[in-house]
Design a binder for this molecule. Structure first.
Ligand code: PLP
Length: 422
């Protein structure tokens, strides 16, 4: 049961539809397989399933969520190079065949648990350090080690069908994708030498998902398109997929948090009445009901600049220096150690945009704080686009709640009603 003052997400699902159209425009040759780990919210998965994307899953439970949406197993890649044996067996039972690997012991595990898998060798891309979250220290075989991996696969009678890479999450280097595509081309040749016929290139994730990112999606896609056309021309018939996470969901979610407590600090002293009255300008400490152990965990990993927004009626108020703290009893639970806001009061709301990627999915329940819920809205035009995409039967079984169908969402709690989606 949601309390009136609990933190909440507003998810604008039309934003996901817009992203899908942008993807199709910029990378028409690349099929997106959405990375479920980034945000496994039911509304997100349902909209993407209806739009026809594939899905990149990391575990048994992620696969099962996608199977529950009646998505064909051919639209799933189990893109975790280090898989639990029982999870591999679950994939086999559900006819999920595509899966990645980057080491020899994984090949033995796949042989034992899913001998008919279609394996994709994950390589270490050459430039993967200019990213919000680097992955190269944990994943990816160096291309020089690939021939040995392929020989083992051949000896075991396994089927390797292609190459994958990941340039790092939140990549801001426009040369990273083209360099990785060139490297993948060389590994395709190794595949031929080892007696395989590779016909799949998986260019991973790493695409920016919000306007404030260091680089735009379009600036990443231009050089990438040219590299794909140069190294994998359409005439060669190689299927190209990607595993975007952040791209699809980052900007769709806004997080609203409630100010549950406040302190005013004047000089070194805590002010008794917690207000701005007096001669010396106070600084304020605001305590809100979601924090770094919850949806703001993304801020711990760096590269995130949290910016609190307030309701319009505060727009002309004077600004004061303040800090913003999460709700748990841990001193590190701090969202912003210094920022500027009008003087806020207990019960006021703060808003954080672009909170859809790697937020609620990695939130803990530390201090038994409630998990922040999401409310969906969708513009009518986006809804109609999805509707037209579907046949009548699919439409009937569309698993979103009826509230999503309506362009006008009515909320009983006042902050939601006042929130302006434009
Ligand atoms: N694919 C794999 C294998 C990943 O590990 C990740 C993120 O860690 C993704 C895709 C999604 O990356 P992004 O959200 O940067 O697009």
């Amino acid at each position: 049961m949601q309390d009136k003052d609990d933190a909440f997400f507003i998810a604008d699902l039309s934003d996901i539809v817009r992203k899908y159209k942008t993807w199709k425009r910029e990378l028409p040759r690349v099929e997106p397989f959405y990375a479920v780990k980034c945000n496994d919210n039911a509304g997100v998965l349902s909209v993407l399933a209806e739009l026809g994307t594939g899905f990149d899953c990391t575990s048994k439970l992620e696969i099962s969520k996608i199977m529950d949406l009646k998505v064909s197993p051919s639209r799933v890649i189990y893109a975790n190079p280090y898989k639990q044996s029982s999870h591999i067996r679950y994939a086999a039972k559900n006819d999920v065949a595509l899966m990645t690997f980057d080491n020899i012991s994984e090949l033995h595990k796949v042989k034992a648990n899913h001998p008919n898998a279609k394996l994709v060798v994950r390589i270490l891309p050459p430039n993967s350090t200019k990213a919000q979250s680097e992955l190269g220290m944990k994943f990816g075989a160096h291309p020089k080690d690939v021939p040995k991996l392929l020989k083992t696969a051949k000896d075991l009678g396994l089927n390797v069908v292609g190459v994958s890479f990941h340039v790092g999450s939140g990549c801001y280097d426009p040369t990273a994708f083209p360099a990785a595509v060139a490297s993948a081309r060389a590994v395709f040749d190794m595949g031929e030498t080892a007696g395989f016929h590779f016909d799949l290139l998986d260019i991973g994730g790493g695409f920016p998902g919000q306007k404030s990112a260091k680089i735009s999606f379009e600036a990443i896609c231009g050089p990438l398109r040219s590299a794909l056309d140069a190294y994998f021309p359409e005439s060669k018939g190689v299927r190209i997929i990607a595993e975007p996470g952040r791209f699809f969901v980052a900007s769709a979610f806004t997080l609203a948090v409630n100010i549950i407590a406040k302190r005013a600090v004047v000089g070194e002293e805590i002010a008794d009445d917690n207000t701005s009255s007096g001669d010396v300008e106070p600084k304020f400490m605001y305590y809100v009901n979601d924090g770094v152990y919850g949806s703001f965990n993304c801020s711990v990993f760096g590269g995130v600049d949290l910016k609190a927004e307030v309701f319009e009626h505060y727009a002309d108020e004077p600004l004061f220096t303040c800090s913003i703290w999460g709700p748990t009893c841990d001193g590190i639970d701090c969202l912003k150690d210094e920022t500027q806001l009008p003087e806020m009061h207990i019960g006021d709301w703060l808003f954080f945009h672009d909170m859809g990627a790697y937020t609620m999915c990695a939130a803990t329940r530390f201090n038994a704080m409630p998990k922040t819920r999401s409310y969906y809205v969708m513009q009518e035009s986006a809804w109609i686009q999805i509707e037209h995409h579907m046949n009548e039967e699919d439409l009937q079984s569309f698993p979103l709640s009826p509230a999503v169908k309506s362009p006008v969402v009515e909320f009983s709690t006042s902050p939601l009603a006042a929130y302006n989606l434009a």
